[in-house]
Design a protein around this ligand. Structure first.
Ligand SMILES: [Zn+2]
Length: 246
């Protein structure tokens, strides 16, 4: 009788265990499914889906600008029409929001990036344009150079600026999303091409070493915090970066 009771209890416990395992498995499955769905949506965003902002907002990512670009320019005594050249690190929606405000500028556009990107702006159709396929020396004197750095998007670029006091500075666009990502060469899952991204990271780091350039990782909140805000500017004051390049 005692043995039967024990066997019965053991079976009951096993059943309960099984049930719990199933619950845990189901929970993991649901979570994995949600993560896959979120990743898929981000990939769509990174590719060519319209309504990108809405997709991000559905995923709980909010966008907010404290001081609009036009007001930042005004703090420097400039109007959008005073800007002579316009170029983009890449054409994700969060980098082109003000593009149509510059119809009088000369637009420098990466051909591959433009072919890939969703149509989020149109003013270049009436503007003067310079179509590029890779590196581009904006003024022909090496002071401002667009550097080919594909991977995040097919035609992503970085910008090398030679400042009179601070020397060479590289604005890395979205090549890195965080300072840690730079140290560890992390490739965001939303990127268009992993191998291209890693090659671009190598290229930019090599140039930075050769030119003793300061690499700025604008998307990182700590880096952004340290950057001077208009009307202050980079050549005026910029605390040294603590990032150690491996
Ligand atoms: Zn981006």
């Amino acid at each position: 009788m005692q043995r039967e009771l024990h066997a019965h209890l053991r079976k009951g416990r096993e059943k309960l265990c099984d049930h719990r395992h199933q619950q845990v498995r189901a929970r993991h499955h649901r979570r994995r499914h949600a993560q896959r769905a979120a990743r898929r949506r981000l990939q769509l965003v990174a590719q060519d889906a319209p309504g990108e902002r809405e997709l991000f907002e559905e995923l709980g990512v909010a966008f907010h600008v404290d001081v609009p670009l036009v007001d930042q320019l005004a703090a420097l005594g400039l109007k959008p029409d005073d800007i002579r050249y316009l170029a983009f690190s890449h054409l994700h929606f969060d980098h082109v929001g003000n593009a149509n405000r510059f119809p009088r500028a000369t637009w420098i556009l990466n051909r591959q990036e433009l072919a890939w990107a969703p149509a989020l702006f149109s003013a270049y159709a009436q503007a003067k344009t310079v179509m590029i396929d890779g590196d581009h020396d904006v003024f022909g004197d090496g002071s401002v150079r667009i550097l080919k750095a594909p991977g995040h998007t097919p035609g992503s670029s970085a910008l090398l600026v030679k400042l009179p006091h601070r020397g060479a500075v590289i604005l890395s666009g979205d090549l890195y999303l965080t300072l840690e990502g730079r140290q560890e060469h992390q490739v965001p899952t939303v990127n268009a091409d992993r191998a291209d991204t890693l090659a671009s990271m190598q290229r930019i780091e090599k140039m930075a070493r050769n030119l003793v350039a300061r690499v700025i990782v604008q998307p990182d909140p700590h880096e952004f915090e340290r950057l001077p805000k208009p009307p202050a500017y980079l050549d005026q004051s910029y605390p040294s970066s603590k990032v150690v390049i491996p």
